[in-house]
Design a protein around this ligand. Structure first.
Ligand SMILES: Cc1cc2nc3c(=O)[nH]c(=O)nc-3n(C[C@H](O)[C@H](O)[C@H](O)COP(=O)(O)OP(=O)(O)OC[C@H]3O[C@@H](n4cnc5c(N)ncnc54)[C@H](O)[C@@H]3O)c2cc1C
Length: 506
């Protein structure tokens, strides 16, 4: 190898990180001698291990432990933060927007293209305004805070309608991410109800909407049916062959004619190839995926490679089909891709990617799961143990594995935290409140996360406070009674809405 070769990896997710890890190891000598330079570009400085997002949302694993800091593990790779917005492969140049907002351009010799996928949306009125996806660690954590925040709302409001809306949780799409996210969050919320005197688990209404006639296709029809029964046994309202028609102003209308208000709408109805594909001169198929050969080179090019969710990789175990967008393929493709990049640089022959889908494991909440791996069908606790074991083996780096095990171990001794840190999304609110104190002293609501006493004690207003607190205690007592009544009323109304006889637990 005579020339200096610049290898540029677009996307530091499952494919990008694993390919970079392997390349920095395989090309160690070439990098040291200055013959090869590896660069990875991603808007984020960490890789997200997405299969752990439901566990992070449920509070079983710390959010920071489901991400892998790229700079920490990729010692011989130059990491650039930025969102690539155009690739001109004919000129071997790409443009990206840096975090500072600059439009930059860089050149490369070999392209490794793996920006993954984005959530697939449909033009449903209101969906874009009030839905949330479940693909990033930010979404998972925000959802956790939101669900726990809704329990706070329901426990504190005096309006039965607001309480009903707060306790309505709707998920659309019953694949991996939808089922796991719903099952984990429902499990967490049920557990958290113990801290809310006015909320019984049966007061919450969890709904899963699925357009087809089955859930969890990844584990096969038999295990999918079992998982469906399991969710229904837990009181989760799973509606098959049903779609969301409208979500305007958080008023949901379903194709089966049901209508109700819900403050929580989680959209997990599939993914589509990254829109960046359209801004490149790489060949695309009719679904917008980058066409690749079985060697993971981009069709018609020998200096561009692609893999993962964004690519159409031929599935050699099922002629005529393409590999499904999942981590199982992404990680294996990353290894094959890295080996082929190294082989090509060293003028050796490349090998094809071939992997027969091994099946899947899915968690249905703490101590419950379903698995179908190489035809071995497992359910309940053993499947949940398999799920944890499998993903522990898969999550990158010894450091992350240890942290995840530590999180799980702590749970044996302490209950998981059930506190909403939703105020994190408005970190400046308390500071602004301090900078511009309200003129009126009473009736002003302090910012989230700030105690009313903090404001008053230093200003010598104790007597007034005591009086106010006495009134507050009375109000709370009355409110507690009212909430108990609402709880009974709320259940009755939910039963009526769901067409059940009043008083029958779901
Ligand atoms: C909640 C959830 C649970 C899942 N569970 C499982 C499971 O149990 N088993 C399984 O097999 N699969 C699972 N999957 C699917 C699996 O995570 C994906 O198939 C896999 O992550 C795809 O890898 P990838 O490298 O193609 O994309 P990703 O891992 O998504 O990586 C794409 C990377 O590209 C970066 N990027 C995006 N835009 C740009 C840009 N403009 N410029 C530069 N970089 C960019 C992103 O920041 C990201 O780092 C799950 C997915 C989700 C969302």
């Amino acid at each position: 190898m005579s020339n200096h070769r610049r290898i540029l990896i677009v996307g530091g997710g499952h494919v990008g990180l694993y390919a970079a890890l392997r390349l920095q190891r395989k090309l160690h000598g070439e990098i040291r001698r200055g013959e090869v330079a590896l660069t990875l570009i991603d808007p984020q400085s960490y890789m997200t291990y997405q299969p752990f997002l439901p566990e992070a949302a449920a509070g079983n694993v710390e959010p920071r432990h489901v991400v892998v800091p790229l700079r920490r593990v990729l010692h011989r790779v130059r990491i650039l933060n930025g969102a690539v917005n155009r690739i001109d492969h004919a000129r071997h140049r790409l443009q990206y927007e840096s975090p500072a907002g600059e439009e930059n351009e860089i050149g490369y010799d070999v392209l490794v293209y793996c920006p993954g996928s984005v959530t697939r949306l449909f033009p449903i009125p209101g969906l874009a305004e009030c839905g949330i996806g479940f693909k990033s660690v930010e979404e998972a954590i925000s959802l956790r805070n939101h669900v726990l925040g809704q329990l706070d709302v329901a426990d504190s409001t005096q309006d039965p309608e607001a309480r009903r809306r707060a306790l309505n949780f709707v998920f659309v799409g019953a694949g991996f991410s939808g089922v796991e996210a719903l099952a984990e969050l429902e499990d967490m919320a049920r557990d958290a109800c113990r801290y809310y005197p006015t909320i019984e688990p049966s007061d919450m209404r969890w709904t899963l909407i699925e357009a087809t006639d089955r859930i969890l296709p990844e584990v096969g029809p038999e295990m999918g049916r079992w998982a469906l029964e399991r969710l229904r046994e837990r009181g989760i309202d799973v509606r098959l062959k049903t779609t969301l028609k409208s979500a305007e102003n958080k008023h949901l209308v379903l194709s089966d004619g049901t209508e109700f208000d819900a403050d929580t709408l989680v959209w997990t109805a599939g993914v589509r190839p990254h829109p960046l594909n359209q801004e490149t001169d790489l060949p695309l198929d009719d679904k917008g995926r980058v066409k690749t050969t079985p060697y993971l080179t981009v069709e018609g090019l020998d200096d561009a490679f692609a893999a993962g969710d964004t690519a159409a990789v031929p599935d050699l175990t099922k002629p005529g089909e393409f590999t499904a967008p999942n981590a199982q393929h992404a990680v294996r493709q990353a290894h094959r891709l890295a080996d082929n990049v190294a082989a090509q640089l060293r003028r050796r022959s490349m090998r094809v990617y071939r992997h027969a889908y091994a099946g899947s494991v899915a968690s249905l909440g703490l101590h419950d799961g379903v698995a179908n791996v190489y035809g071995l069908k497992v359910k309940g606790l053993p499947a949940w143990v398999m799920h944890r074991g499998y993903h522990l083996m898969r999550v990158p780096s010894f450091n992350r594995k240890t942290r995840v095990v530590a999180d799980w171990t702590l749970q044996f001794f302490f209950r998981r935290e059930a506190v909403s840190l939703g105020a994190l999304q408005h970190p400046r609110r308390a500071f602004e409140y301090a900078a511009h104190p309200p003129r009126k002293e009473r009736g002003q609501i302090p910012p989230q996360g700030q105690q009313p006493q903090d404001q008053t004690s230093s200003q010598g207003r104790q007597p007034q406070d005591q009086k106010a607190q006495g009134q507050k205690a009375q109000d709370q007592k009355a409110q507690g009674q009212k909430a108990q009544d609402q709880k009974a009323q709320g259940q009755k109304a939910q039963d009526q809405q769901a067409g059940r006889p009043a008083g029958v637990k779901r």
